[in-house]
Design a protein around this ligand. Structure first.
Ligand code: ITT
Length: 199
């Protein structure tokens, strides 16, 4: 069965292929890039779950196949949860990971480590062409470094050091990150739902 990955973020697609394969899902996983004529979905929701559902429904409707979507971001304690759902365009242009990360570090300045708590959040949504929907969430909590470190991953990975780790998410191998990440947790929870509703 074909299962659409309703995202155009290359970092997410790489992680989702690994997470879903490790969880034993044998579906034919096809990224949204395979459907260039489908317009980008307007993320008008106010929560990760709402936006993930919007993206999953849009792709399921447009393709006629079941679709899974990821809406995710970094929530910083001292910023009241920002950038949150605005993580991909925190510095303005959509998807400029380096500018987003640099701006966030500048905003935090030299705030000390005990006040640099943050977490990654991920909502994983499944939508079927008939309108059936499910959504689950996962989190990874940690502390924000003062300077970026590491070359794996994407987005804010070089500055989040997970609780109990001495390395940033960008210094963990992809398998190590997926084992503990917000995305790994959310999509591993979604897999039994996919099995039940998609087959
Ligand atoms: P799609 O909507 O096409 O899926 P997007 O990049 O616009 O792609 P989001 O709106 O969910 O996706 O934005 C997520 C942003 O949050 C992403 O650009 C990163 O900056 C950040 N982010 C999410 N998960 C992350 C992770 O595992 N590591 C680092 N940063 C992450």
């Amino acid at each position: 069965t074909r299962l659409i990955l309703a995202t155009r973020n290359a970092g997410k697609i790489t992680e989702l292929h690994a997470i879903l394969a490790d969880a034993g899902l044998s579906h034919d996983l096809v990224g949204a890039d395979a459907y260039p004529d489908i317009p980008d979905v307007k993320e008008t929701g106010v929560t990760f779950a709402e936006n993930a559902l919007l993206k999953a429904h849009a792709l399921a409707q447009a393709t006629g196949h079941p679709a899974v979507a990821d809406d995710s971001g970094l929530c910083v304690d001292v910023l009241g949860g920002a950038p949150g759902i605005f993580s991909a365009r925190w510095a303005g242009a959509h998807g400029n990971d380096k500018a987003n990360l640099d701006l966030l570090l500048a905003q935090l300045g030299d705030i000390s480590d005990p006040h640099r708590g943050a977490y990654f959040a991920c909502a994983a949504a499944l939508a079927l062409p008939d309108g059936t929907e499910r959504v689950v969430e996962g989190r990874l909590t940690g502390t924000l470094r003062h300077t970026p470190s590491g070359a794996y991953g994407f987005g804010y990975d070089p500055i989040l050091q997970p609780d109990g780790e001495t390395r940033t998410c960008a210094e963990l191998t992809p398998a190590e990150k997926n084992a503990i990440s917000h995305r790994g947790k959310a999509f591993r929870a979604l897999v039994p739902v996919v099995r039940e509703l998609v087959g």
